[in-house]
Design a protein around this ligand. Structure first.
Ligand code: TYD
Length: 213
């Protein structure tokens, strides 16, 4: 079922170190110029609201039970949808979120091993609409890269948070779950080969077009 919003919802995904953060701000600026009639809202998960940002601090720092972690991710997401994403889409804005539900499937599911049944149930609960449709991004740009390259890139630039301290096998599982999500819903995704140079990736992003309802 298609969604009734006049706005456009875009998410960026990828394993830590794949390079999405390098491009997301610039892509937002590009869309502002290209679609001057649509305000661009930049946001992120976990986070995006005052409550969500508090939950983010806990999630990225504190060790916790896997189910607790998934529930908090989706609690933050529910608040984000209600306070930020849906109102913006209803007002015709472009929402760009640095991560959304695919990250929960990839990290809590693929990485840490939470069952797909539980994740599907949470997704239905948190993104299900009264008309039966599921709120999903119109387009998800996935930065795809082998875990070993991502790990090498990460170690050069920053101190790791809780997730970034995980081992290579964890990130390979995260990557494989992202790729499984692409296969399950190929029309929603644009997969970028993140082993390319920064310039080549930017050219590829510039060539993407988005279509409003
Ligand atoms: P990230 O988006 O990489 O931000 P930064 O560039 O500031 O590090 O960090 C968010 C982390 O949260 C990342 O390691 C993935 C993790 N995460 C999940 O495990 N599940 C989720 O549902 C979301 C949204 C993020």
């Amino acid at each position: 079922m298609s969604l009734p919003y006049p706005g456009y919802f875009l998410s960026f995904e990828g394993i830590d170190g794949a390079g999405k953060s390098t491009h997301i701000e610039a892509f937002g600026e590009l869309l502002k110029v290209r679609y001057p009639d649509h305000e661009v809202v930049m946001t992120r998960e976990p986070g995006g609201t005052p409550l969500g940002e508090q939950l983010r601090n806990l999630l990225l720092d504190a060790p916790m039970n896997l189910e607790t972690e998934a529930l908090l991710m989706f609690a933050a997401r529910r608040e984000h949808i209600a306070q930020v994403i849906e109102p913006a889409l209803q007002a015709g804005k472009i929402v760009i979120s640095d991560r959304f539900t695919d990250a929960s499937f990839a990290y809590q599911g693929g990485g840490r091993g939470l069952s797909l049944d539980k994740l599907n149930a949470l997704e239905q609960w948190v993104q299900g609409r009264a008309d039966g449709a599921l709120l999903q991004p119109n387009l998800t740009i996935l930065f795809d890269l082998p875990g070993s390259i991502a790990q090498a890139r990460r170690s050069q630039v920053r101190a790791p948070d809780k997730f970034e301290k995980m081992n290579l096998e964890f990130f390979e599982r995260v990557r494989q779950e992202y790729l499984r999500r692409v296969k399950a819903d190929p029309k929603r995704f644009h997969t970028v080969d993140a082993t390319q140079t920064r310039e080549a990736i930017w050219e590829e992003l510039k060539s993407l077009s988005i279509e409003f309802k």
